[in-house]
Design a protein around this ligand. Structure first.
Ligand SMILES: *Cc1c(COP(=O)(O)O)cnc(C)c1O
Length: 220
């Protein structure tokens, strides 16, 4: 078994104490790995690729909460709109409009997080602070999406102070904007390498892959 069940239970115990939701990131891992963790009690799983998510959702228990955490293209929203639990990486108003449209078609309201660009790296997606304010204002016109909070990815760096400051900045944006509080607003930040810093800065949802499922083979 390639799933680290021991690591799962120790992380999960720690998170329960701190009221942090664990999203187990299963991208590029087989459905059988997800089943192994499901048997241990895990229900929230995160995926990055639309086709992979659709394939897994079809064969796995319907009680799984599927989180889409990757970069989502507008033309693919329709494939996940019937079942997705939370879309983390919403980085444009155009994408939000498409999610609203597809949610309406499925007679649902879809929970979303707006992704903020906090890292020094050019390659990471996300809005800046003024775009965030504009998107939140404009989203009031979209009845079939709920903006529950924010998501961000810190720099991929050994510089702890840099990473901590990026998380603190995102937390500040989180506390100074209004989100849908049903049942509570969400700040999604932290991954295997940096989650203690993210929780210290106020994260209440952490996305962990490799610590649970082992290293991934890089996809091109
Ligand atoms: C892959 C991924 C993760 C998990 O990364 P690990 O380092 O394996 O924990 C978290 N968030 C996002 C957005 C990802 O793409």
């Amino acid at each position: 078994m390639s799933v680290n069940v021991e690591a799962y239970h120790s992380i999960q115990q720690e998170f329960v104490k701190q009221s942090v939701t664990l999203v187990a990131v299963s991208k590029l891992k087989p459905a059988s790995d997800i089943e192994d963790l499901y048997k241990e009690g895990q229900r929230d799983f995160g995926e990055n690729y639309v086709q992979e998510l659709v394939d897994k959702q079809a064969v796995l228990p319907s009680t799984i909460n599927w989180h889409f955490i990757g970069h989502l293209q507008s033309n693919k929203v329709k494939y996940i709109a019937p079942f997705v639990h939370l879309i983390h990486g919403v980085d444009s108003f155009k994408l939000l409009q498409e999610i609203n449209k597809q949610a309406l078609k499925n007679n649902r309201v879809i929970d979303c997080l707006l992704q903020v660009h906090i890292a020094k790296e050019e390659t990471k997606f996300g809005m800046d602070a003024p775009e965030l304010s504009d998107a939140l204002e404009a989203a009031k016109q979209l009845p079939n999406v709920n903006i529950r909070g924010l998501m961000g990815m810190a720099s991929f760096s050994d510089n702890q102070e840099l990473v901590a400051n990026e998380f603190k900045y995102l937390h500040e944006l989180f506390t100074t904007h209004q989100f849908d509080k049903q049942p509570a607003s969400i700040l999604s930040m932290g991954m295997s390498a940096d989650y203690p810093l993210a929780i210290a800065a106020g994260s209440n949802m952490v996305r962990i892959g490799s610590l649970l499922f082992g290293a991934r083979v890089v996809k091109h």
